[in-house]
Design a protein. Sequence first.
Lengths: 198, 374
Amino acid sequence: MYEGPVQDLIDELGRLPGVGPKSAQRIAFHLLAADPADVRRLVTALTEVKDKVRFCTICGNVAEEEQCRVCRDPRRDLAVICVVEEPKDVVAIERTREFRGRYHVLGGAISPIEGVGPDDLRIRELMTRLADGTVTELILATDPNLEGEATATYIARLVKEMDLKVTRLASGLPVGGDLEYADEVTLGRAFEGRRAYS
Amino acid sequence: MYVARLSATDFRSYAQVDLDFDPGVTALVGPNGQGKTNLVEAIGYLATLASHRVAHDAPLVREGAERAVVRGVVVQDGRETLLEVEVTPGRANRARRGGAALPKARDLLGTLRTVLFAPEDLAIVKGDPSGRRDFLDDLLVARAPRYAAVRSDYDRVLRQRNALLKSAGSARRAGAQLRTLDVWDAHLATAGAALLAGRHELVEALHPLVDKSYAAVSRGGGPTAMEYSSSVAPEIAGSTDRELLEAALSAAVAASRDKELDRGLTLVGPHRDDLVLSIGGLPARGYASHGESWSLALALRLAAYDLLRADGGEPVLILDDVFAELDAARRESLADLVAPAEQVLITAAVASDVPEQLVGARYDVAAGQVRRVR
Ligand SMILES: Nc1ncnc2c1ncn2[C@@H]1O[C@H](COP(=O)(O)OP(=O)(O)OP(=O)(O)O)[C@@H](O)[C@H]1O
Ligand SMILES: [Mg+2]
Ligand SMILES: [Zn+2]
């Protein structure tokens, strides 16, 4: 245990994903030794992300305004929605330049172990977007792991009765993986070769 | 194939150890608790990414260290391959082959193949069904590494499904959660069918080899029988038809849903199955004598060795402290059977435990120091 504020910082850092107790300690002491100006920049970045960034009212992606950049872009195809788990997946898919439609960010995947069920995800919002018939194709681009597959299957079953083309990203993505880490070429190919949901 | 070199850093009792091995027999000899098993455990880890002694990785890392690293050079058909794995408890392992980082540690599986005999093997015959299921599944993965993914998928579906059954049985949010149960059922059936097909095929291939080895170890004993006993439905016995198995599993899961919701557990599927072993028409578990049970345990490992060898790429044999457990006749039989193998690594507390047929290189292990004496 360290003196109050140092230990507080270590505890807070340790709560971040992917940061273990040892790394938390390392980051804390790095900050302690760092130039005050650098630390102030970090503090500003942290405050601004909480104050200025919100979630797009249409798709759930991170946005600086009411709507995100993709949803505001008039050139995007309104007939196609690509469903992803997290905002970082939007970034990964945008990098491929293969996709011209809009997104729907679920905010995770179904995982009973973590207590996440369909009601904890933005699935109801998705159904609302699909209701008026503008959308004709739904691409399920949840992660190629068990939870992502289960979420895709669940959504596919929900929309089964709708007049909608439902596709899943083609295999070729590393199974058990995270969409974010797929390289651009693989992810781009997965888009081209997406298969219809049966 | 053989292991030409082992280096381990912060693995078990070793801060650093580097050993060279030749093909043929190598014995690691030394008093209890000096670190003999730790060495062969490290080699086994390179082959299976698991320990034969503990289910979790934490005990493998030297007390006070953050991570362990195991490196080995494997020689097959004159070609050397460097395998490396970094073990950090609570995190995904990292592995490299030939210096190149692998996307997943489990991509390392299949390069080094080992068959490890240990005193714990007696539990395959005498213990709970889980030991027999693990025996089958470990061998499936050793034969075809893709089963590592099948197995972990099935385990994960099972954990997710059990979590759902538990929360659905108790929580207020049951309704919402329950709507996803159908989805998990479907995934359970798909993953379970793949695992069942593999196990059925394996039992079929394994039994004649077990019977042959049992007769050899026990000098004419037997006959043995192996019957895969399924919790799913008797009709699917032995089937390798994935569609049929998936349908049967789906039906069985649907039929037991109410009971499963009450119990908060998945009650049918490969995780509830058993491999019933018998000798001379009687179940081995509960009936076989201590010596007979040992013969059968050895026969199972020897059969695994024969099967892997027939697939191509002779596995490395590791005999951890087994001779001390056996009577003179079984000792002799086992020694005769393993002597021709390309590489045999033996641990023993005293040199006289190692049968004469298996005299080869020898290392003395004392207080964490390993010294070649022959
Ligand atoms: N994570 C660890 N950190 C430090 N020491 C450990 C660790 N795990 C095991 N040990 C030590 O290693 C020793 C056991 O080594 P090992 O099991 O290889 O013995 P052995 O030579 O095979 O003995 P036996 O003849 O009794 O089978 C024990 O003294 C144990 O305390
Ligand atoms: Mg030992
Ligand atoms: Zn948006």
